[in-house]
Design a protein around this ligand. Structure first.
Ligand code: UD1
Ligand code: CA
Length: 474
């Protein structure tokens, strides 16, 4: 079917009191993305021409988050009901069909909206209400029908015990012709239990005006609104599981999908294995045949094929080339590139480093603002002193095949050539040429008979105790 033009009004002025949080409800993230952003993205993908969002509580903050998405923000000064919220959206300036929905229903997808649009076009109606059948409809407005046709929506608070038995409910998602909206909106009164202007009154008003009203059924997920922290967590779990399923269908092995946290924009190549507790965030891209072991965290990472990321590693905004092995307990900070076949071991932190292929930093090391060549060996405990008292960062350059002994400090800016050798325990402050050997540590002094007699007696007493316990002289 041909793409139909439509505008959107998103109702999002409510405070969300039950969240018990100072953050406006619609900014709470569902699987890493604010719920309002999810709704906006879905209507955009469905082809919305113009999106107006009605804000109230926390308006300045919400505006900051969503205006960059290309929506128009409007303010409803006091929350007098859903019809009053729609009024705040300046309906007079709308044309064509209008989709009205809630900002706190984050599971709606493009295909759900397309279905509603198609149904609305086919039915040639003036107003369409999206409905769903619920086992336990609680506070949802009930769909009252006569001879199969919708007659009204009755709010739970205004409903008789008979009406409350109805399982078909209003999702709060409508498609309406803008002319109908302009004409009927001013006629809505607040004569109800809550003294609110109910948008749901559009149904009975349309029928009174001999307009055609229809319903469109949707999936349960579309009707799912978030009102509490518990519902927020359930919603995130739903999205994480949905994402994990997509990756499994594309050939990734996910050992425990209910305990794996993959955000929407992540991509994973076939035959890669994701262990439990892994968090894959942002635009992270993982190649084929990779292994990401348990509890590792990757944000905006590019990981080439065949990489192994061992348990408990924290990686951000960096690139890891093929067959490199990272971790366990590694930390890769932004703007780092790890070359092919390189090895980054436990308790190694890298920030803004170009780490050459086949190079190794196996243990307890900090490298910041560094160019490390190929096949370089960085000994245990190596540190680049990149941050000076002037609060500026300085660079360390180490050439190909250089061997850095353990416990070395490079006081940047400093350059070490290719095939050089740095003695263990050195503090390198000056340039080392290609093939150079540098040693920069104080000489060892060994003195005879220097330990006082008393201390020696104590030491030998201790040795005797040990001998008693072990029962054998070492
Ligand atoms: C509304 C419907 C109900 C439906 C339910 C689905 C009415 C009268 N009732 O219930 O039939 O089953 O949605 O979720 O419309 N909002 C504003 N300004 C206001 C009031 C609400 O912006 O003055 C926004 C809220 O932020 C929320 C949405 O409108 O995003 C729905 O409001 P909410 O109070 O959650 O729904 P109900 O009125 O209880
Ligand atoms: Ca309400």
């Amino acid at each position: 079917m041909e793409q139909q033009k439509f505008s959107v009004i998103i109702l999002a002025a409510g405070k969300g009191t039950r969240m018990k949080s100072s953050l406006p409800k619609i900014l709470h993230p569902v699987a890493g993305k604010p719920m309002i952003t999810r709704v906006i993205e879905s209507v955009k993908q469905a082809g919305a021409e113009e999106i107006r969002v009605v804000l109230g509580y926390g308006e300045p903050l919400v505006r900051k988050v969503i205006e960059p998405l290309g929506v128009t923000c409007l303010k409803q000064t006091s929350q007098l009901g859903t019809a009053d919220a729609v009024k705040a959206a300046n309906v007079e300036t709308l044309s064509g069909n209008v989709l009205i929905l809630n900002g706190d229903h984050p599971l709606i997808l493009k295909q759900d909206i397309k279905l509603m649009l198609d149904n609305f076009a086919d039915s040639e109606s003036d107003l369409q209400v999206t409905t769903v059948n619920m086992k336990n409809p609680k506070q949802f407005g009930r769909i009252v029908r006569h001879k199969g046709d919708i007659r009204a929506i009755v709010e739970a608070k205004d409903a008789s015990s008979e009406t409350l038995k109805i399982h078909e409910v209003n999702t709060g998602i409508y498609l309406v012709k803008s002319d109908v909206l302009k004409e009927l909106l001013p006629k809505i009164k607040n004569h109800n239990t809550q003294k609110e202007y109910y948008l749901t009154d559009l149904v009975s008003l349309s029928l009174e005006n001999h307009l055609k009203v229809c319903t469109s059924a949707c999936k349960m997920s579309v009707a799912y609104g978030v009102n509490s922290q518990v519902e927020l967590a359930k919603t995130s779990q739903y999205v994480f599981k949905r994402n994990a399923k997509t990756h499994m269908e594309n050939g990734a092995t996910i050992i425990d999908p209910s305990n794996t946290y993959i955000e929407d924009d992540v991509k994973i190549g076939e035959s890669s294995v994701i262990f439990p507790g892994v968090f894959l965030r942002g635009s992270t891209l993982i190649g084929k045949y990779c292994v990401v072991e348990q509890n590792s965290f990757l944000n905006n990472m590019i990981v080439y094929d065949g990489v192994i990321i061992k348990t408990m590693s924290h990686l951000e905004s960096s690139i890891i080339k093929s067959k490199a092995v990272i971790g366990p307990f590694a930390r890769i900070r932004p703007e780092t590139i790890i070359g092919e076949d390189a090895r980054i071991g436990n308790f190694v932190e890298l920030k803004k480093v170009n780490f050459g292929s086949k190079s190794k930093a196996g243990h307890l090391t900090y490298l910041g603002d560094a160019e490390i060549g190929e096949e370089v060996n960085i000994g245990c405990g190596t540190i680049t002193c990149n941050y000076d008292v002037d609060k500026k960062k300085y660079k360390t350059v180490i050439g190909d095949r250089t061997f850095v002994g353990s416990d070395t400090q490079f006081v940047a800016p400093v350059t070490v050539g290719e095939d050089a050798l740095i003695a263990s325990g050195s503090t390198i402050t000056k340039e080392v040429p290609d093939g150079g050997f540098a040693i920069a540590r104080s000489r060892q002094i060994t003195k005879q008979g220097y330990v006082p007699t008393k201390l020696r007696e104590q030491t030998s007493a201790l040795q005797n105790v040990e001998t008693d316990v072990v029962g054998d002289k070492v």
